[in-house]
Design a binder for this molecule. Structure first.
Ligand code: 0PR
Length: 374
């Protein structure tokens, strides 16, 4: 086929996909990266940090991204990290390392991301549920279940509600029992530091809590980077625990889960962080919170019930027959997710979700409710 024909075909399929720039994807933790990040992605598409000896420049950029992640997580610049394919891989690596260190069981809440269950399953680690109180890990229940050699997984920005587990208190309990504390801040890691500066919260979640050993924090969520760009950072060189000899590689070892690693996204994450800088990310969070508050206010005006006051830019609207409403919204071109457990529509207020989109969305819901008599 000639290029023109191929392009036509690609266009046909492109039209079938949804795109962030249309604004109608409301259930995703991702968004459109800045143009310079996409330029970086394509410039470095060949890079493969599975064999970093060939890609010294990309390896240096990875270090710069890790340094930024360490700043977000109150870590020291000489701590360790990798940019990986996403939060799932980061969580698998954290639990894998903990298992290699001799920890034997995972404790997590029901709202911990499903990648934690996947990881436990792959690693043949038993997993026990810790109950929640108002959507956050219950300290009382944790105290009653925790044993030495446990791995505790706490979340900063839970997938369904965007809530923050009480990491400081969890940390104290982990220290008393010599447990391994992994913090999944895949989403909230790029949000909470700025919520603190904007005086929304004073919660800590990072390495300033002594028990925290590893943190997942993803540039491809609120870091505005294109996927695949998850992040795993740690105090110790945990990667030594999973290192494998690979004599045919220039550095003769491999210390991550994947072999070949698409590393164009490392260059892209680096470009995004240069483009926005600390202040730029704070501005993104400020704007997302402004729009979150706008949605809460407008929803109340429309007599829609909010599940709980949002802690970050995720809002849940309680709706009768939520599955049906979801399908109807989907048929009308909206990409929405739900929490069946709470009978709620879950809206992630990413930067592409503007006030105009929020108004349009609420009008659509009003219509649907009317036509179904809900
Ligand atoms: N940890 C947390 C707290 C998460 O919310 C997620 C993903 C992960 C880990 C896993 O990250 P990766 O997906 O990068 O491996 N949460 C998103 C979610 O469930 C994933 C997603 C995004 C699903 C967009 C659908 C979608 O359209 O919302």
């Amino acid at each position: 086929m000639d290029e023109e024909e191929i392009e036509e075909l690609l266009q046909k399929y492109y039209r079938k996909d949804m795109h962030y720039e249309d604004g109608k994807i409301l259930g995703s933790m991702y968004t459109q990266p800045p143009k310079i990040a996409l330029k970086a992605f394509f410039k470095f598409y060949q890079a493969n940090l599975g064999n970093p000896g060939l890609y010294r420049g990309t390896a240096e950029m990875e270090r710069e991204v890790i340094k930024f992640l360490l700043k977000l997580t109150s870590g020291s610049e000489d701590f360790f990290g990798h940019i990986v394919s996403g939060g799932t891989e980061a969580n698998i690596i954290a639990l894998w390392v903990a298992r290699e260190m001799g920890y034997k069981r995972v404790l997590a809440t029901e709202d911990a991301h499903f990648s934690i269950r996947k990881a436990a399953n792959l690693l043949k680690l038993p997993i026990k549920r810790v109950e929640m109180e108002k959507g956050r890990m219950s300290i009382e229940d944790l105290k009653s279940k925790i044993k030495e050699e446990d791995i505790i997984v706490a979340t900063v920005g839970t997938t369904p509600l965007g809530f923050v587990d009480p990491i400081e208190e969890i940390g104290k309990i982990c220290q008393m029992h010599n447990c391994f504390l992994h913090v999944d801040a895949a989403f909230g890691g790029y949000v909470v530091p700025f919520l603190r500066e904007l005086k929304y919260t004073n919660k800590k979640f990072g390495f300033d809590i002594p028990a925290v050993r590893t943190i997942t924090i993803d540039p491809h969520k609120m870091g505005m980077a294109p996927y695949p760009a998850g992040g795993i950072v740690s105090r110790e060189n945990i990667f030594e625990k999973i290192e494998i000899e690979a004599p045919y590689l220039i550095e003769e070892k491999n210390d991550s889960l994947l072999g070949t690693r698409q590393s164009g996204s490392v260059a892209a994450a680096y470009a995004a962080q240069l483009y926005f800088g600390w202040e730029g990310y704070r501005e993104i969070v400020r704007k997302c919170m402004e729009n979150t508050n706008y949605l809460v206010k407008r929803a109340k005006e429309e007599e829609l019930e909010i599940l709980q006051q949002p802690e970050m830019n995720i809002v849940n609207l309680i709706i009768k027959n939520v599955e049906k409403v979801k399908m109807e919204l989907y048929a009308r071109g909206w990409g929405i997710s739900i929490n069946p457990k709470y009978s709620s529509l879950r809206i992630v207020i990413m930067p592409h979700v503007t006030k105009g989109i929020i108004d349009e969305f609420l009008a659509e819901i009003k219509n649907i409710k009317k036509s179904y008599g809900l």
